[in-house]
Design a binder for this molecule. Structure first.
Ligand code: B3K
Ligand code: ZN
Length: 876
């Protein structure tokens, strides 16, 4: 039972209250008799006391059938059961506890614990789903080996899977069949998994560096296994990469992946039995975009990398979540960078960080990457814990270098393999392996908020020196009014008039190098470079060396110069982003026109054929409307939309010829491949078409190109790119294309998600009405997280329509949360964040948003998940 009584505030758990467990469970034997509405689970747990006293096991939504210790049934007075736990008053010191429970997989709409997806059984136990299967010490520092017996009807469930190695299988007297699995590696309960059903399989194999032969299997629904080929390829590349870059090898003879269509998140790293949202497995050129392929590669790698960073070394408690998530995101980002273009990957990761993490860090739900308190841990699988967590790991990498970082990783694995560890232990391994003082750096784990650096540079011609003054500041965040200065690695460079890097020598140092990483540690600090000619431009936070906001007085001409010349590709892109941001904010505030310098700089990029197309596509793309709005004291989504449209139009008018040249010369003759090079060319071609679409109303040739690309595309990337433009245009071709898309793909749930989300993010004024109508379309279901995210989540990200002045967007949002909360509280809570941004809008909208949050909070039996987000959003 997840519901709380009205007037009963759910209790917060605090990091500093951590205590080692009173009891340990060393061995777990589980037997499942799988039935859709009444699955029997027998758990035999080898338990020993660390401290004498009552044994309190977690349990939720369970029917207790029987209970015995060492073969003796317990009497009513020996134990007590409530909605969240089973307490055995006086257990012996060491014993085997046998628990029989009954659960209802079919009725499990929370998709946590054991549930059914398209008629198959699957589990999701992280963070606290195992307690919905049996009573247990459901915490990550209780690690056991698991022996699992699955019994089911062989027709309904020919496939029976769990963690580890298969041990035995056979047929029972009643015609059912069984299979026994054993996982030799002790693991916390959140890594337990089972899957049972009628599934297709794609098989392959992999030989590790050490010579271990590993069978690889990807299970999908029938008829879909041909679409798992790219995921399989990504898996093998991940396995090889982890050996070569990190020296980490796979440790079992079997690695299984199962793709299911109903899943709360992206995927789950259960030991040797990863379970995936099928959108991160299934791809073919007709149904998946280049971005989908890249995401599949990244998520397959991420889950595989967890085998070491997460499974072999897990987290002591859930406050340490970033120990495995931040580190594993860093590892998957590095993998993608090695597989694709490193600068383009960095640009995309920073875009994503700014879109999702910076607003979180600046809002009522801000928390450090290692939070101090939570009500529902599932609410803390956030962009902060994951993506900022990865940035913190990346800063250590920047400070220590690749060799130093790998030394630290090696020591971390040596010290903690097989253990449940903490973030402090990770940092200690990095510090000890390198003799590096990380004390101040550790503040990144405890302080929330995005620091700002105020930077100014001054050249003194007389002495040939350059002074860089840096002031750091971290804004207050909930529960943290005052911040300490952080240790911030700031990568800087100076360019001469030819655009070359000037070698930089810090006062007191012997060597000069082009660009350097400064350790900013004080609230105010000055760095003095000596013996240099007058620089033309200052390049800051190269490679996004720290996840901070930079404030610097850099003029338009200097930004345009950096756009053309910076040797650091990230900084080159960033110069364009900041220049565009300056122009758009000026336009929004004063209605001013746009600098010719900027328009010219975009023209230079468009005409520079030496640039990597994927980079050029990023470099000409303007910052998102949300990013611009985030820079305003009070956001105005409509004004930002109009300003950005105006700048896009001016670029399109000025550079129409170059844009048409790029578009028309892009060859469509190669057979489609999702590789980075081809994807980059498509990205540039579609970025050009996106600019040109601003002229579609007056130029029939452009509309014909868009509509023609939609109709003739031989791959989903091009088809979607064209449809994305059409959904913003008020033309008859729009409805025709949407109808065609639906009919083409009406049997493909994943593609229909795209169809739903495109309509939800349309800029047209009747978007909300259309979204409301789609709620009753057969392609939508409130019970399917992918659908909810596509349609409802898509609409809530559409700031222009979501923030409609009459509050209709907010009311729609709150209605959906209230409807979803009893069905799936985890997804409801995750969907709620946009309402928490009320401090960012004008007073009239604020009142409406707060009223909706209040309405949600007044719902009887609201889940703790939704309660936590709504209450913190209102007050935090
Ligand atoms: N560890 C899982 C997420 C579990 C979600 C819990 N609500 C996916 C991942 O980060 O790899
Ligand atoms: Zn992860």
């Amino acid at each position: 039972m997840n519901a709380v009584q009205p007037n009963m505030t759910p209790r917060a758990i605090n990091r500093l209250d951590y205590r080692t467990p009173d009891y340990r469970i060393d061995k777990v034997a589980l037997e499942f008799d799988l039935e859709p509405r009444a699955t029997r689970v027998v758990a035999k747990l080898d338990i020993r006391a660390e401290r004498p006293g009552a044994l309190v096991l977690d349990g939720e939504a369970l029917k207790l059938v029987s209970l015995s210790i060492d073969g003796r049934p317990l009497s009513q007075s020996d134990y007590v059961v409530d909605e969240k736990s089973l307490t055995i008053h006086a257990p012996p010191q060491k014993f085997t506890l046998r628990i029989e429970t009954e659960i209802d997989p079919e009725g499990n709409t929370h998709l946590s614990g054991l549930y059914r997806s398209s008629g198959n059984y699957c589990t999701q136990c992280e963070a606290q789903g195992f307690r919905r299967i049996t009573y247990f010490l459901d915490r990550p520092d209780v690690m056991a080996t698991y022996l699992v017996t699955l019994r089911a009807d062989p027709k309904a469930c020919p496939v029976l899977l769990s963690n580890g190695n298969p041990q035995e299988e056979g047929t029972l007297a009643d015609g059912r069949h069984y299979k026994v699995w054993h996982d030799p590696y002790p693991k916390p309960s959140y890594l337990f998994a089972l899957v049972a059903g009628d599934l297709a399989v794609l098989e392959d194999d992999f030989t590790t560096q050490g010579g271990r032969e590993v069978k690889l299997r990807i299970y999908t629904e029938h008829g879909k296994s041909e679409r798992a080929g790219y995921a399989m390829d990504a898996l093998k590349r991940s396995m090889r990469w982890d050996e070569t870059r990190f020296g980490l090898e796979y440790d079992l003879d079997l690695f299984n992946i199962v793709a299911v269509s109903d899943f709360n998140m992206g995927a789950m790293e259960n030991k040797s039995l990863n379970v995936f949202n099928d959108r991160y497995i299934l791809a073919d050129p007709q149904t998946a975009t280049d971005a989908d392929y890249a995401a599949i590669e990244a998520v397959v790698a991420h889950e595989y990398f967890h085998n070491w960073t997460g499974n072999r070394i897990t987290c002591r408690d859930w406050f340490q979540l970033s120990l495995k998530e931040g580190l594993t995101v860093f590892r998957d980002q590095e993998f993608s960078s090695d597989m694709r273009s490193r600068p383009v990957k960095r640009i995309q990761d920073v875009r994503n960080l700014r879109a999702r993490q910076f607003p979180e860090d600046a809002g009522p739900l801000a928390h450090p990457i290692r939070p101090d308190s939570y009500i529902a841990i599932d609410n803390f699988y956030t962009a902060t814990v994951y993506e900022k967590g990865s940035e913190v790991i990346r800063m250590m990498h920047t400070l220590l270098g690749e060799d130093g970082f790998q030394k630290g990783m090696k020591l971390y694995v040596e010290r903690h393999d097989g253990e449940a560890a903490t973030c402090d232990q990770f940092v200690a391994a990095m510090a000890d392996a390198n003799g590096y003082d990380m004390e101040q750096f550790k503040l990144w784990y405890s302080q929330a908020g995005t620091p700002s650096l105020n930077i100014s540079g001054r050249y003194d011609a007389g002495s040939g020196s350059y002074e860089l003054s840096v002031t750091q500041e971290c804004p207050p965040s909930p529960g943290q009014p005052d911040k300490q200065p952080m240790h911030i690695p700031l990568h800087v460079g100076l360019l001469d008039a030819q655009g070359q890097d000037i070698p930089l020598r810090l006062e007191g140092e012997a060597t000069a190098m082009p660009g350097r990483v400064l350790s900013v540690k004080q609230p105010q600090q000055t760095f003095r470079f000596i013996g240099l000619p007058e620089p033309r431009a200052l390049s800051l936070n190269r490679g996004f060396s720290a996840p901070v906001n930079i404030k610097a007085e850099i003029g338009g001409a200097e930004r345009a110069f950096l756009m053309a010349h910076d040797s650091d590709a990230f900084a080159r892109w960033e110069a364009g982003q900041q220049y565009a941001t300056d122009l758009l904010l000026r336009r929004v505030n004063n209605g001013t026109g746009f600098d010719a310098d900027f328009i010219d700089a975009i023209g230079l990029i468009l005409r520079d054929d030496s640039l990597e197309p994927a980079f050029a596509a990023e470099a000409i793309a303007l910052p998102s409307e949300d990013y611009i709005a985030d820079q305003m004291p009070v956001m105005d989504a409509e004004a930002v939309h109009l300003a950005r449209r105006a700048l896009r139009r001016q670029v399109a008018e000025t550079h129409k010829a170059s844009l048409l040249r790029i578009y028309d010369s892009a060859s469509g003759s190669d057979a489609y491949s999702p590789d980075a090079e081809q994807a980059g060319k498509r990205a540039l071609k579609n970025a050009a078409l996106s600019y040109l679409s601003e002229l579609a109303a007056e130029d029939a040739g452009i509309l014909a190109r868009i509509d023609g690309q939609y109709a003739k595309a031989d791959n989903m990337t091009d088809r979607m790119a064209a449809l994305r433009l059409l959904v913003d245009l008020d033309v008859p071709e729009r409805a025709a294309a949407l109808a065609d898309f639906h009919d083409r793909f009406k049997d493909d749930a994943l593609v229909l998600d795209k169809w739903l989300s495109l309509q939800a993010i349309s800029a047209l004024p009747d978007t909300l009405e259309r979204v409301k109508a789609l709620l009753s379309h057969p392609a939508f279901s409130m019970r399917k997280p992918n659908k909810v995210r596509a349609l409802v989540g898509g609409f809530c990200m559409n700031a222009l329509r979501y923030h409609a002045a009459d509050g209709a967007g907010y009311a729609f949002h709150a209605d959906r949360i209230i409807e979803l909360d009893p069905l799936n509280p985890q997804v409801a809570a995750r969907l709620l964040a946009p309402l928490g941004r009320w401090r960012r809008v004008d007073a009239a909208r604020q009142a409406r948003m707060k009223a909706e949050l209040g309405r949600i909070l007044s719902v009887p039996k609201l889940s703790p998940e939704t309660y936590e987000i709504a209450s913190k959003s209102l007050s935090g």
